[in-house]
Design a protein around this ligand. Structure first.
Ligand SMILES: Cc1cc2nc3c(=O)[nH]c(=O)nc-3n(C[C@H](O)[C@H](O)[C@H](O)COP(=O)(O)OP(=O)(O)OC[C@H]3O[C@@H](n4cnc5c(N)ncnc54)[C@H](O)[C@@H]3O)c2cc1C
Length: 636
């Protein structure tokens, strides 16, 4: 630090600075709050007058993490893997480390005295939850919301006297860039001038595409029909849905599980243990009938019971640091090679554990050598004597529908769900199948490096990464906690939920919507409420967020466009400087005093949707320090 003289320069400049550095943060979700913390930490060390103004109509914690939301909605990350603090593993860009409790530690130390002082109607329930929270269980989203509020309070009360922090529960409706020290922000209260702005906007809902607008219009024109577009399920009004309704959920990912929970257990239904399906559902009588499906016809795989220690991850065998360095040197890797080696990583862990547990006659270290040498673990395992029935089968793992047909589908699906949660419960270090899937999470860093350094051609990025790897990764590695799968099996067995079948289509019909499986033509049903059970796509051109719309109109946004096979394919993501998140305008100008990061850049960056994790040199924590470092250096 001092060797390159940066602190000295800052110090010299801050002596010159008579007025506070005025920074706006738009969005008070995890990223907005991390930005505030980093600014405060830098200021405490380098001593310059600072004013931070944070805006978010949803309040502290942002839209996703409100402490008053339904307690039926849970996180899909375990609480020892959630933090907003930096730690010694994080390669910061010069900012000081500020350590603090992760969500689990906070729940068992600070929460007991802090929560009772909060005004929320959920306060008593959150207190009970915090006291009982398991390190490897799943907190409610409301509890993480409470943690974000405490974090805000902690950072603001520990800020120096030279720092002022204001929070306004307001929407920023416009940003006008004046020069590289002046930005104007518009809210309902008027226009305010800042030196710089950080935009951490999260998901935005979009204008409806024509096919969805047609369905929405059909619902609006017919009494008794309802249509809910893609949005956070916590923001959907389900109050006019009752037990006479039939709800169609389009999507079998995380939002599907949220809606199903809100409409069943969230309405007083209960689950008890049962020998047959693990759980038995006892209806409250207030739940509607639910029809659901997706293109695949199978829900996302359960998240494995996490057995790994804090910061513990599988070591790459194929996507090694040396191999990545060679690819970076060459400036290129073929999409097929990347995907094949990632699959080999998964298979390697599967056979290592399977052979250890079940095949003592096979020499494991010899097999591992062979797997490493050939990079085709399944062929090596077969040659070593693993029976065909236990070989890793990508085609049916990625598309379970290939293992069934119209006649068998309902029974097959129920058994699949039961097996899924049973496998998940075996754990991420013990169960061969579950530990293998966990590899996809552990390899996020090498995968990111491939995207961030632009090693794939546009053709490979579009065809292999976005259309082969990404859906496979979502299906296999970002699913719900295992008990949600167990609950789904019980809801299907109780006749409350029907999974329609692969390739579900929805069409407007007189007095309702018809849903059918294109794959299995006899599976056709009718419903009167249609919910798009998916989060909104990242698509800045159609976002209804007024700030994005205005910035786009001013030419301040530059979309990330791919050119596979000479075509033009817009991704919907916004481009920024990859190192410091500085915004790049439509004409390619980089704005040093406007940073934009997180979900609106998804597609340009990869996997922007995760909250920060302690002790793994977390990317969001690194990015936040880097953008704050750049902003302070520029404005000092
Ligand atoms: C339903 C749901 C469940 C999730 N569950 C998990 C989970 O269990 N674990 C996990 O790691 N991740 C989860 N995620 C991913 C989640 O997006 C991230 O964890 C994290 O919230 C991203 O932080 P962020 O600050 O970038 O965005 P957000 O948390 O979305 O915050 C962005 C904020 O910006 C505000 N904003 C936007 N535009 C404006 C404007 N013009 N003016 C003022 N304010 C504005 C919004 O109101 C919002 O509050 C979930 C996401 C959703 C939607």
């Amino acid at each position: 630090m001092t060797k390159n003289g940066r602190i000295k320069v800052l110090f010299f400049n801050t002596l010159q600075r008579r007025f506070p550095m005025k920074i706006a943060i738009v969005g008070a979700g995890p990223r907005g709050l991390m930005t505030m913390e980093r600014l405060v930490a830098w200021q405490q060390r380098d001593h310059f007058p600072l004013t931070i103004s944070i805006y978010d109509p949803a309040g502290i914690g942002g839209k996703v993490w409100q402490p008053t939301q339904p307690l039926a909605l849970i996180m899909n990350t375990i609480p020892i893997q959630i933090t907003l603090f930096t730690d010694r593993s994080v390669r910061l860009s010069g900012g000081p480390v500020t350590t603090g409790p992760n969500l689990y530690e906070w729940a068992h130390t600070i929460a007991a005295n802090w929560l009772p002082q909060q005004p929320w109607p959920t306060q008593t329930a959150l207190q009970q939850e915090a006291a009982q929270l398991h390190p490897r269980g799943y907190a409610t989203r409301a509890l993480y919301g409470a943690y974000t509020h405490w974090f805000y309070e902690y950072v603001t009360t520990h800020a120096s006297a030279e720092t002022e922090i204001h929070f306004s529960p307001m929407m920023v409706t416009d940003l006008q860039w004046q020069d590289d020290h002046t930005v104007l922000l518009q809210t309902a209260a008027g226009t305010t001038t800042f030196n710089g702005a950080v935009l951490a906007l999260g998901y935005s809902e979009n204008q409806l595409p024509a096919d969805q607008q047609k369905l929405a219009d059909h619902a609006a024109a017919n009494k008794g029909l309802h249509y809910i577009p893609q949005r956070n399920p916590a923001d959907a009004d389900l109050s006019n849905i009752d037990n006479t309704d039939t709800v169609i959920l389009r999507g079998l990912g995380l939002s599907f599980f949220d809606y199903t929970t809100l409409l069943t257990a969230g309405r007083g239904g209960t689950f008890t243990e049962s020998a047959e399906h693990g759980f038995k559902y006892h209806p409250s009588g207030r739940e509607p009938r639910i029809l659901a499906s997706s293109r695949s016809g199978f829900p996302y795989r359960a998240k494995g019971y996490n057995e790994k220690d804090d910061g513990e991850e599988d070591t790459p065998q194929f996507l090694t640091a040396a191999r990545l360095a060679a690819w970076k040197k060459a400036g290129h890797v073929a999409g097929a090679e990347f995907w094949q080696l990632l699959q080999a990583e998964v298979e390697y862990v599967y056979y290592s554990l399977l052979v250890q547990r079940e095949f003592s006659a096979i020499d494991l270290s010899q097999l591992q050598d062979q797997m490493r040498k050939t990079a085709t673990p399944t062929a090596a395992a077969q040659a070593a004597g693993v029976p065909t029935a236990q070989l890793w089968q990508w085609p049916t793992i990625l598309a379970p529908r290939k293992a069934t047909d119209a006649a068998q589908y309902a029974d097959y699906l129920l058994n699949y769900l039961i097996q899924d949660y049973q496998e998940a419960e075996k754990g991420t270090k013990t169960g061969p199948f579950t530990s293998a899937l966990e590899v996809l999470r552990d390899m996020r860093d090498p995968i990111r490096q491939i995207v961030e350094t632009g090693l794939l051609t546009d053709d490979d990025y579009d065809h292999v990464f976005l259309h082969e790897f990404q859906p496979a990764n979502d299906f296999l590695s970002i699913g719900p906690p295992a008990h949600r799968i167990q609950e789904l099996a019980a809801l299907i067995a109780a006749g409350v939920v029907t999974i329609v079948g692969p390739d579900m289509t929805v069409s407007p019909t007189t007095g309702g919507f018809t849903v059918s499986s294109q794959a299995y033509s006899d599976r056709t049903y009718r419903g009167n409420v249609l919910i798009e059970a998916r989060l909104p796509a990242v698509h800045y051109q159609t976002a209804i967020n007024p700030l994005l719309r205005q910035m786009n109109a001013h030419g301040l946004l530059h979309g990330y466009v791919l050119h596979p096979s000479g075509q033009t394919v817009p991704t919907g993501a916004v481009t920024v400087n990859r190192q410091n998140a500085a915004l790049i305008t439509a004409t390619g100008q980089e704005l040093p005093n406007v940073a934009l990061y997180g979900i609106p850049t998804e597609g340009y960056h990869w996997l922007t949707t995760a909250s920060p994790r302690p002790d793994v040199n977390d990317l969001s924590l690194r990015e936040t320090d880097a953008l704050v470092a750049a902003l302070i250096q520029h404005l000092s």
